[in-house]
Design a protein around this ligand. Sequence first.
Ligand SMILES: *[C@@H]1O[C@H](CO)[C@@H](O)[C@H](O)[C@H]1NC(C)=O
Ligand SMILES: *[C@@H]1O[C@H](CO)[C@@H](O)[C@H](O)[C@H]1NC(C)=O
Ligand SMILES: O=C(O)CCC(=O)C(=O)O
Length: 392
Amino acid sequence: MAWRLLPLLALVEMIASLSSRMQHPRMQLDPMPKGGASSLLFQDAKIAMTKRAERERELLEPNSRPMTAPKRAPSNGKSSKGGGGGFGANGATRTALQQATDMRADTLDSEGVCLIPGVLSTDSAARLRECVADELARSYAAVENDSSSSVARFNVPVETHDPKRGYLLLPLRDGRAVDAGEARGTLICALQELLGPNSTLGAMFSTTCGGESAELYDLVALRTEAGAARQPVHSDTPYQKVPGLFCAFIALQDVRYEMGTTMFIPKTHLQTKQRLSFDNGQFDGQRDAMLASAQPRHSMLQAGDAVFFNMNTLHAGTANFPEGQGGSQRLLFILTFRNRKARQALGHEPNLRPGYRNRGITLADMRRELASDEPFAGIHQGDGDPFGDGLQ
Ligand SMILES: *[C@@H]1O[C@H](CO)[C@@H](O)[C@H](O)[C@H]1NC(C)=O
Ligand SMILES: *[C@@H]1O[C@H](CO)[C@@H](O)[C@H](O)[C@H]1NC(C)=O
Ligand SMILES: O=C(O)CCC(=O)C(=O)O
């Protein structure tokens, strides 16, 4: 077949760009060939991507250091954002949260990525991990019963499930709370802590994504298991002047290096010579030269910490080591918001259950719901549809 004749690298590029155009999950590849051409294509692409990622590891790992949280704004940083509204522009009238948010926003402007410790308490992170594990079990059971429900729950059909790495699309209210008739279950409490009016992360999304009109774009958990391969370096959205998507990866447990980290190449959110040699240099050696001289930073997250990034920044998930070599299940809770002022194509579909897509659910909507007696409990959002479980 013709695709077998494609050079491996061209195949990797093709699959990467195809999947980045289609949706956020990139590495959802079937380990069990079912004989179909597309399944074989995935098989070959997976082998090629793993080989490519291993080559990148050799280039990047010697220079990679753990990411540290910024202590103060970069010296060039005119403290920017004007997010303070009616508050004084400097000095004691700015709250600690506003000052910390400005510092982190300056870091995002210059680096494209920022470590934010403690966006969830350790206890809340542990409760949320258990809740996500329960949602995972519910979704596995649902897909076992009816395989056509896979796309709505995992964003991929069963044919391309990867047992070692995948996304779990989440509801706004967890199934356990709904079953128990509990208005404020674990997921609601976590969203309140993460996005509520005085929250670190809520302030970050508001500041980077154009205020409270920021639109919910991903509500998902990322799962890797022991033995999951490293990803090739990629970005999730193309460059545009007003960055369109900002994402938080939130650790639900202490993540040891052997469980996989996310490696970022700071400053690659900008159209610099460095970034262009990555984008355009895949066949003439420029990309590898760029990677060999890069200064990567990997996020070492404790339970409740977040790494917050402009989704145009280059990054890759590192390997979750095999069992017996320190690997084990890693669950990250992921929130992404979209800045409506970014008008160019974003390059991928939202990682949201179908019933939550194209609804224009904003940060303001979420805060209003979270402040109500029964958040997201089938309350009409204004377009006539209840939120429900998002499964249609
Ligand atoms: C199993 O799937 C069928 C549709 O194929 C659905 O009607 C039924 O409710 C499902 N049962 C459970 C327990 O999820
Ligand atoms: C906001 O959070 C800060 C720091 O956690 C706290 O000191 C302050 O009292 C909070 N303000 C409100 C209105 O909750
Ligand atoms: O595994 C990770 O830490 C990163 C995941 C990622 O970048 C992706 O799935 O696009």
